[in-house]
Design a protein around this ligand. Structure first.
Ligand code: PEP
Ligand code: MN
Length: 275
């Protein structure tokens, strides 16, 4: 018994040693606008015609940003060769987004890849890189708007800590993406924290959007979880869209058809009107 008490005392002693949450820049953050952020597009860039078709559809539905993993970091390496350091593909992605007046988002995977700044409107920091501070520094110094995905193990304070790093490196425009984290549950791929949305908004004006595609990994859960995020006050959503989801090069289990994306976007418009 004494031993148990000692262990508990030790735990409590250690707990006091953790750094206190510290994010003054995050608390003082001012958004340049209050526009909703709607990211749509395929998981991966597959071809020019694939992206033209999807960009056309998502733009028609009201998307503001086009995604298309031209650089991707997944849990496992892909058997397909796609995206890695392919300037031609990135230039095409850039041109297609521009054609449909969408802002493009490119994930910065490596701090040495500054050449992509010529093509990127916005940068994504992937969930697996949230605390890669060298990468955050390079991303922040680019001056581009940054979409930071909450790490797969990251708490609210750690996520805001990563935002604080970005702001301290000079980032001007940020958005957090709630894409779920590890949990003991096994009915979906990751567990999105809906409560993270109002909890973040209670501390900062940095927008936070829901990514129900990556968090659930399940097509049937993307719509309800996206709408749950919006109902909780999310500033927008990220949805993976493909015209042939089952044959999508990556994340085929979660991609939605353009009609399903349209349905979600129409529902969101109604929810916004109700607010
Ligand atoms: C992605 O958005 O392409 C992606 C791989 O997401 P995450 O970093 O959230 O896994
Ligand atoms: Mn994906």
């Amino acid at each position: 018994m004494v031993e148990r008490d000692e262990i508990l005392m030790e735990f409590n002693r250690k707990r006091k040693f953790g750094p206190k949450p510290f994010y003054p820049l995050v608390e003082a953050y001012k958004r340049p606008d209050n526009n909703m952020i709607f990211i749509g597009g395929p998981c991966s860039y597959e071809s020019k015609s694939q992206l033209m078709s999807i960009a056309f559809d998502v733009a028609k539905c009201g998307a503001t940003h086009l995604r298309s993993g031209v650089f991707r970091a997944g849990t496992y390496p892909s058997k397909h060769k796609f995206g890695w350091l392919d300037p031609e593909m990135i230039a095409e992605f850039h041109n297609i987004a521009k054609t449909f007046q969408l802002q493009n988002i490119i994930e910065l995977l490596d701090y040495r890849d500054e050449w992509i700044f010529e093509y990127a409107d916005c940068l994504q920091i992937g969930a697996r890189q949230m605390q890669n501070y060298t990468l955050l520094k390079v991303a922040a110094e680019s001056g581009k708007p940054i979409f930071l995905k909450r790490g797969t193990n990251a708490t609210l304070d750690e996520t805001l800590g990563a935002c604080e790093w970005l702001l301290s490196f000079g980032a001007k425009e940020l958005c957090i993406i709630e894409r779920g984290s590890v949990s003991f549950l096994d009915h979906c791929r990751w567990e999105a924290s809906i409560s993270m949305i109002p909890a973040v908004q209670a501390l900062t004006k940095i927008p936070i959007i829901i990514d129900a595609s990556h968090s659930t990994g399940r097509r049937d859960l993307v719509r309800p979880m996206t709408l749950a995020g919006i109902a909780a006050g999310a500033d927008g959503c990220l949805v993976e869209v493909h015209y042939d989801p089952d044959n999508s090069l990556s994340d085929s289990e979660q991609a939605l058809m353009p009609e399903e994306y349209r349905n979600i976007m129409e529902m969101i418009k109604k929810m916004i009107e109700l607010k």
